[in-house]
Design a protein around this ligand. Structure first.
Ligand SMILES: [Zn+2]
Ligand SMILES: [Zn+2]
Length: 329
């Protein structure tokens, strides 16, 4: 089968002919139809994520069940499925307490086990969720990494109707979907973005702030109850300043290896809580797909050819595009 292979950090991401996986007992083989390109792919490539080489990168995928191994129930060939970004054991203390994203035996696709930039992927059925009718597989491919993580973040900070929520990086893959999840939960969303993206982002937000000192704009709206912070260092201080006392920040998607100095008095004096959100649970992926099926979250993405993958990964830090970029197979 066709697959992209990475043999070492910063090495060439090259298309190769690789042996197609077969469904061993308890596992499922999925014919990959779409795979999302993520900043995490870039970080893994550059050595900021632990990767087992040689690797087939890619952790965001959706496709059609091709083959089902012995003992698998609930899935059959032909089912449309979306993958979580990792596999979990279901037995450790984290899995048993509903926190599979912290599983002691977690294996991330594309890093610990073969990933999604290939024609077929072998998956644990626990990590596969059926895609509801009406949701394209291209959109379902990033439902786990993007939308389910946001769903968990929005729950973690307790977004509720009537609140005002700041979303930074609003033109990015996380941001443009976070605006919509926040609104699906009944809150008003303030998009923080660059001036050149203000117009396109405006249709997903209630307010748009483009100033580097955006906290002043948010304060004029009365201050925010919470925030989805998807940028990190460059915006975190302003995000904290935007919040009312007791506000909560969901820190999503940014695993920037550099330290981000902020004055500690800033969160402390207002008891602003900064809550990291690593990724969603299986149930968050189910909810994410349901929000998409209901039209409450309209996925924002562009579809690219499989051959464009190395360039797409290399370009991720520049983020000039709106929404997620997906390769179709
Ligand atoms: Zn991702
Ligand atoms: Zn576990």
């Amino acid at each position: 089968m066709r697959a992209y292979v990475l043999r070492g950090y910063k090495g060439e991401i090259r298309e190769e002919e690789v042996e197609r996986p077969r469904a061993s007992p308890g596992r499922v083989v999925v014919r990959v139809k779409a795979a999302g390109v993520c900043y995490r792919d870039y970080l893994a490539w550059q050595g900021w994520q632990r990767v087992k080489f040689p690797a087939v990168p890619g952790h965001e995928f959706a496709g059609v069940v091709e083959e089902v191994g012995e003992g698998v129930s609930g899935l059959a060939p032909g089912d449309r499925v979306a993958g979580m970004m990792y596999e979990y054991c279901g037995e450790c203390e984290y899995c048993r307490s509903g926190r599979e994203y912290l599983c002691r035996n977690k294996r991330v696709y594309g890093e610990d086990i073969p990933g999604a930039f290939a024609e077929y992927i072998s998956a644990d059925p626990k990590s596969l969720v059926k895609v509801p009718e009406g949701v394209p597989l291209e959109a379902a491919s990033f439902a786990a990494c993007v939308v389910s993580t946001i769903v968990r973040g929005v729950k973690k900070i307790g977004v509720s109707p009537g609140q005002l929520i700041v979303v930074t990086g609003a033109g990015g893959g996380i941001g443009v979907h976070a605006l919509q999840v926040v609104k699906a939960y009944g809150a008003k969303a303030v998009a923080v973005t660059r001036p050149e993206k203000a117009e396109v982002v405006a249709k997903y937000a209630d307010y748009v702030a483009t100033s580097p000192k955006f906290s002043e704009e948010v304060k004029r709206l009365g201050g925010a109850d919470g925030a989805v912070e998807s940028v990190g260092g460059p915006t975190l201080e302003q995000t904290i300043r935007s919040l009312k006392a007791g506000g909560r920040i969901a820190l999503i998607g940014n695993v920037d290896p550099n330290p981000q100095p902020i004055p500690l008095g800033l969160p402390l004096l207002k008891e602003v809580e900064i809550l990291p959100v690593l990724s969603g649970r299986r149930s968050d992926l189910e909810e994410a797909l349901a929000l998409m099926a209901k039209g409450l979250v309209k996925p924002v993405y562009s579809v690219h050819k499989f051959e464009e993958l190395p360039r797409l990964i290399a370009e991720t830090p520049q983020s000039k595009h709106l929404g997620r970029r997906v390769v179709a197979l």
